[in-house]
Structure formats: C-alpha cells, structure tokens
Design a protein around this ligand. Structure first.
Ligand SMILES: *Cc1c(COP(=O)(O)O)cnc(C)c1O
Length: 370
C-alpha cells in the first residue's frame, strides 16, 4: 500500500508530470518571471471557470483577504463579523488593519457560520461579514446576502477551502462583494509554493485592488495610496494553468472518497459524519467528522500508530487565541465551537486515495470503536 498522507501531492504530480515540467520550463525559457503572459492567461481562464468579471491574482490567500479589506476603506474600530471556528488568517488580517473582529458561533453539523448569530452580532459599527466556506462547502449565502443588504454591509467570501464549490449554481466566491482564495499547495487548487487570488464583479473595486496589490500604483511611479507588494509569480501561474482543467475531476475524486467514508461510518454510534449544508455542493477540502464519546485524541493516537495521519482542524477557537485582542466573549455564546474543538478529527483527504488505502483507513477506524 502507498504511504498514507493527509494530502498526496507527489502522486498527483506523477499523473500530470509532463505538462507541469513543460509549463515550468516554458517560464524559465521566456524569463517572464513577474506578471508574464502565464499570469494574464491564468487570470482569464479562472475568470471563465468561475464566471466572474475580475480575477486579481496575488501572493497568497492571506494577502487576498487583507487586500479585499483594504479596498473597502474601512475605518479603525469598524467591526467585521466572522466565524470563531476557522483558520486564523481571516481574523489576523482584520486585526492587522486596526479593525475589530466580532466572532460568532458556527453550526454544529456543517461547521459553517450561523446567519442567525451574524444577525445578533450586528452593531452600528459593523461594516463587513466574512463568511468562510469551511472544509469545502458554502455558507448560507442567501441569508448572509439578505442580512448584508438590510444593514448595508460588505461581504467578503473566504473561499480558500472551497474553490470550485457551487451555491445554487454560482461558484463560491462570486456571490458576495469580493471573494478570496488561496493556492497553497494543499488547497483544492494548489500551486507549488504560495499563491492566491481575489474575485469580484465590481469594476471599480477590481481596479482598486489591482492597484493595492502593486504598491498603490495606478500609473507607473505615481502612488495614490498605501498598497502592498503581492503577486502571483509566473511559475505558479503556469502550474495552475495545468491544474485548473483538472479541478472538477479533483473535486469528484474527493467527493468519492468522502462518500466512501460517510457510508462506512454511518453505523458507528460514536461518530458523526459531516453533514451537507443546503443549496451547496461540497468539494471536501477536508473530511472532518466528530467523535462524540470523548475519545477523539485516543482515536488520533491509534490511527497514528497504524501509519494513518489524522489532524485536528481546529483545536483552539479564534476568540481564545493569544495573538488577538478578542476579550469580552461568553463561553455560553459558543456552544457549537466549544464542542467541535473537542470532537473534530480530519482523515486523509486528497485526489489520489485508492481503494486499498480507503479500506485500510475505514477498517482501522472501525477497529478502534469495536
Ligand atoms: C489557507 C487559508 C487561508 C490563507 O491562505 P494562505 O495562502 O496560506 O495565506 C485563509 N483562510 C482560510 C480559511 C484558509 O484555509
């Protein structure tokens, strides 16, 4: 059996090696390392795939979030609502820009931000909502857009874990004011280093974000505002151009593995498999289930002893992270996050899981509970 990994980038590469090697060599031969034709072509190919007017490639998914918030001209102290249960980047950029994060609880079954909790957290200072399409399926965008409209708020969709997912037929990240994503190697559309992108249908915001990515420069050496230096490099763009046409097949392979897990674990009493949210497809960035008998860490150790990696995404709610000044929360307002951090465990999930590996993972999990 091939060695089990959370993500098997090597096996995936072997299948597209010729195209990838040629693409990388092409960039080296052209010497167009920065903003070359590969970046422009990838941009327009991703625009077509997502059916969105503007894609702005940038350095990584965290920059994408930061640039999106910078473009919205928020003032220090303005409030941005997001989920307590997500990767830290979302909250980090809010604080980096002197804004205030307002964290809310997620749904216990789907792990997604709860629109009712968003509604309850709105104050006169609220300016934006960042729904995170966690683990590969979309948050309830109908409800979130409705709330945003009622209160005149921006919506920045963090699509780092859900590129290719669809909410009522629209691609994740193209419904709100702005969408952001990451091409970190282990993401669903990963490059071979760092990369990210921003999406919007708004011409003025697109223009502004292109400028912010490039030192606030709209005309060479004239700086109209403070920007950053955040670019997708041409080698990564060339790699992403090879991988983008495979993305839908990659999503199918992930879904197939997830279906296999779901079916196998349906009769294990102490396990709750991930629930599908309404109106969204699921691209399974992670396969994350819940262990309800208090033995989550024991399961992880047991699997590790069998050579099966398993991860805890995420062990600490963001409101309890040392780095961010997020005082003033009551534990009682976060019943779901509080449970999830104790119960969640993510199994290997990638595009190259074969039957032998899946059988071994499933039988090992079942052995633990028998
Ligand atoms: C990975 C991730 C990011 C950050 O992306 P990077 O490219 O690593 O900066 C942001 N938000 C979420 C939800 C992520 O999973």
């Amino acid at each position: 059996m091939r060695k089990l990994q959370m993500v098997d980038l090597g096996a995936q590469y072997q299948k597209i090696k010729k195209d990838i090697d040629q693409a990388i060599q092409g960039v080296i031969d052209s010497s167009a390392f920065i903003n070359g034709p590969e970046v422009k072509n990838f941009q327009s190919e991703l625009e077509s795939y997502l059916n969105v007017k503007h894609v702005i490639p940038c350095g990584n998914g965290t920059d994408a979030l930061q640039i999106a918030l910078m473009a919205l001209d928020l003032q220090p102290g303005d409030e941005v609502i997001t989920a307590d249960f997500t990767f830290a980047a979302t909250v980090e950029v809010i604080h980096l820009l002197g804004l205030k994060s307002v964290l809310v609880d997620v749904d216990y079954d789907t792990y997604l931000i709860d629109p009712e909790k968003i509604r309850a957290a709105i104050t006169p200072k609220t300016k934006a909502i960042i729904p995170v399409h966690l683990f590969g399926q979309c948050a309830n965008m109908d409800e979130i857009m409705k709330i945003a409209k009622e209160h005149n708020l921006y919506v920045v969709e963090d699509t780092a874990q859900a590129i290719g997912a669809e909410y009522k037929g629209q691609k994740a990240g193209t419904i709100g004011t702005i969408g952001t994503t990451s091409f970190f190697p282990s993401k669903n559309l990963g490059c071979y280093g760092d990369g990210g992108a921003i999406f919007t249908n708004d011409d003025a915001l697109a223009h502004k974000m292109r400028g912010i990515c490039n030192h606030g420069m709209y005309q060479r050496y004239y700086h109209d505002e403070i920007g950053v230096n955040s670019r997708l490099d041409s080698v990564q763009a060339a790699i992403l151009r090879v991988k983008l046409p495979h993305l839908d097949d990659y999503s199918k392979a992930r879904k197939k593995a997830a279906d296999f897990y779901n079916e196998a674990f349906a009769d294990v009493d102490a396990l709750l498999t991930p629930k599908f949210a309404e109106d969204t497809t699921h691209v399974f960035h992670q396969y994350t289930m819940r262990v309800t008998n208090g033995k989550r860490n024991e399961l992880r150790d047991f699997l590790e002893s069998k050579g099966i990696p398993a991860m805890i995404y995420y062990p600490v709610p963001l409101r309890k992270q040392k780095a961010y000044d997020t005082g003033g929360y009551q534990d009682a307002d976060f019943p779901n996050t509080n449970k999830l951090i104790e119960e969640v465990i993510s199994l290997p999930m990638h595009t190259e899981l074969d039957k032998e590996q899946l059988d071994f993972i499933v039988s090992s999990v079942k052995e633990f509970f028998n």
